[in-house]
Ligand binder design. Sequence first.
Ligand code: SAM
Length: 280
Amino acid sequence: MSGIDILPPLREVIAAHGLSARKSLGQNFLLDLNLTAKIARSAGDLTGCDVLEIGPGPGGLTRGLLAEGARRVVAVEKDARCLPALAEIAAAYPGRLEVLNADALDLDWAAHLQPPVKIVANLPYNVGTELLVRWLTPPVWPPLWDSLTLMFQREVADRIVARPGGKAYGRLAVLAQWRCDARVVMGLPPEAFTPPPKVSSAVVHLTALPQPRYPADPDVLQRVVAKAFNQRRKMLRAALKGLVPDIEARIVAAGLTPTDRAEQVPIEGFCALARQIAAG
Ligand code: SAM
């Protein structure tokens, strides 16, 4: 199934329900249904999939996901003002849209979904990175979801797909590319949103690998990477000081050079170091 639905234009929906955008909730809405359909398509074939959407707002992307054939959409929205607009969409797609009025950071979303699951969202900027890190670091892999298709500020998108050696390479690149293939699939100028944010945005598509690229304990890897990049201009031996008593020996045992900086260390190197540290 494909195509734009027969519900009213989003500008009318916003006016009818008084949905003035609130900055505190990161509300920059997408009102062009051709664009929301394109974002939905960038998530791949949705037929037969449950889709988790965080922050549907007035429902532009939600409508795209349903029109593109998602089996069910579970949409988690914190702002109760959006619920009547979302109820109209649910009525147009009987049995296929479940709306949860909740904070995505507090919700046990997995309980509401059946595999195969894709996560697709124009994320609120204030919680986007936190949600991404949670989705990337469950204790067990592969996760419940097959792919993430997420809108971020362009600068954050660049950090997710960055390779070693540059300024953008850091915690997000290591955590994302350790367990996923990650690529930027679409860039959007500020004018694509209402109201326009100050910066450009981009959609990142992450596909979960069947298993992580290199073995490592996710908690230990997270701690190592967070500390290494917290003082990214320092050499590894200084940046990681205090993590474990004999850190310099562990760095060497992992095959790394203590005088290197974190941004020079590939994902494989951080995983080797995490294994050395976990070995006790
Ligand atoms: N998906 C809509 C679109 O593309 O037009 C709206 C996107 S807007 C950038 C972010 C949405 O996330 C808003 O509707 C906002 O109310 C909602 N939101 C903000 N914080 C949230 C949270 N912690 N949990 C769930 N929804 C949240």
